[in-house]
Design a protein around this ligand. Structure first.
Ligand SMILES: [Zn+2]
Length: 360
């Protein structure tokens, strides 16, 4: 059963028109704002590079004159001169003929001034170079792992690569990450957040927490920093989720809603031992307040709110209007900070009325 705060008649109602004009979940936004796709490669600083070709780097390459030495040469080179920065590349590639020939990565070009220096150093390191041509060449090879199928295809033109397809990323690129039913849901929930924003005290902003597994509302909150400076919409929403789980720290504001009839939360994911307690006193940990939940915000959150969403382990954040001090794309990208121990996905959209964007 939904719990609702007492009706309020303060005359403070702010005119707010919720207009869902379009769902701004284009591939550029999805990649730019989705930390998941920004992490773990040389492309971390700019997600847009996912749509560009993989950068190249020069390498000294040996030509294998006698293919029966290939396996031995690979082992010897991996032992004597591993290339940790190019682990995504296969050490050997087969060049189509005629004549068919095999080439092997010797070392990054920056490691040795010339191919002759490179071969000398490898011999000095104990590599038996028999089977290798005396001549080496310099080849441009992919300097970073390909992240997309298109990058993989382009990179493979330069050198044989390892590639692990990210199905979710490919869907984003193909524009199929959200189907029409998904988009309808996102619009509906953002519209609800827009409705909550009308009740804002001080700032026109609203937040809605949804359990996507049930497509059900968990909490709906308006901003009331006019009542208390910390009570931004997202903070109120997290507190209402706590109310839904028999917690909650703040009085429920007029019109705010939380679901007190939640189905059982998933079982605890583990236990933690309190060092001050007896050895057998193990306490359950997790799931956290918002584990698995999606949050819809009419405006981009500030640092405090964004971190509250990190700490409560939100799954996805959708926000409608960018804010100058927002930290999910504007002033910072908190969701891309790899040092944090939780990362939610962030999407900008669906669009809301511009009236939801007061000075931050
Ligand atoms: Zn905030």
């Amino acid at each position: 059963m939904m719990q609702r705060g007492p009706e309020r008649h303060t005359g403070h109602r702010v005119s707010y028109e919720t207009v869902i004009s379009s769902l701004d979940l284009s591939i550029e936004n999805a990649i730019q704002y989705n930390q998941y796709y920004l992490c773990g490669s040389a492309m971390v600083d700019n997600g847009m590079l996912l749509l560009a070709a993989v950068p190249l780097a020069d390498c000294h390459v040996g030509v294998i004159a006698d293919p029966k030495h290939t396996s031995r040469l690979i082992r010897a080179l991996n032992d004597a001169h591993p290339i940790p920065t190019l682990q995504h590349l296969k050490r050997v590639r087969r060049r189509a003929g005629p004549p068919v020939r095999f080439e092997v990565l010797l070392a990054p070009a920056e490691d040795f001034a010339s191919g002759a220096d490179c071969l000398s150093a490898l011999r000095a390191a104990g590599v038996d170079a028999s089977g290798l041509d005396a001549e080496t060449v310099v080849a441009s090879v992919p300097a970073a792992p390909p992240r997309t199928r298109a990058q993989f295809a382009a990179a493979s033109e330069h050198w044989a690569c390892n590639f692990h397809e990210d199905a979710a990323l490919e869907k984003l690129i193909a524009g199929t990450a959200f189907d029409d039913a998904d988009l309808d849901k996102h619009r509906r929930w953002m519209r609800r957040a827009g409705g909550a924003a009308q009740r804002g005290r001080g700032v026109v902003a609203g937040a809605v927490v949804v359990d996507p597994a049930r497509d059900a509302l968990v909490a709906e909150a308006a901003d009331c920093r006019g009542v208390h400076p910390l009570r931004h919409a997202a903070m109120n929403a997290v507190d209402l989720v706590a109310w839904s789980q028999a917690g909650g720290a703040w009085p429920v504001q007029d019109g705010d809603v939380y679901d007190e009839d939640l189905p059982d939360r998933p079982p605890p994911v583990g236990t933690v031992r309190n060092r001050q307690d007896a050895v057998d006193d193990e306490k359950p940990v997790g799931p956290y307040l918002c584990t698995g939940y999606d949050v819809y915000l009419t405006r981009e959150p500030c640092t405090m709110c964004a971190m509250a969403l990190v700490h409560s382990r939100v799954r996805r954040v959708f926000y409608s209007v960018a804010a100058p001090h927002g930290v999910l794309g504007s002033a910072a990208k908190v969701h891309t900070v790899r040092a944090l121990n939780h990362h939610y996905q962030v999407f900008r959209g669906p669009a809301c009325s511009a009236s939801a964007s007061p000075a931050s």
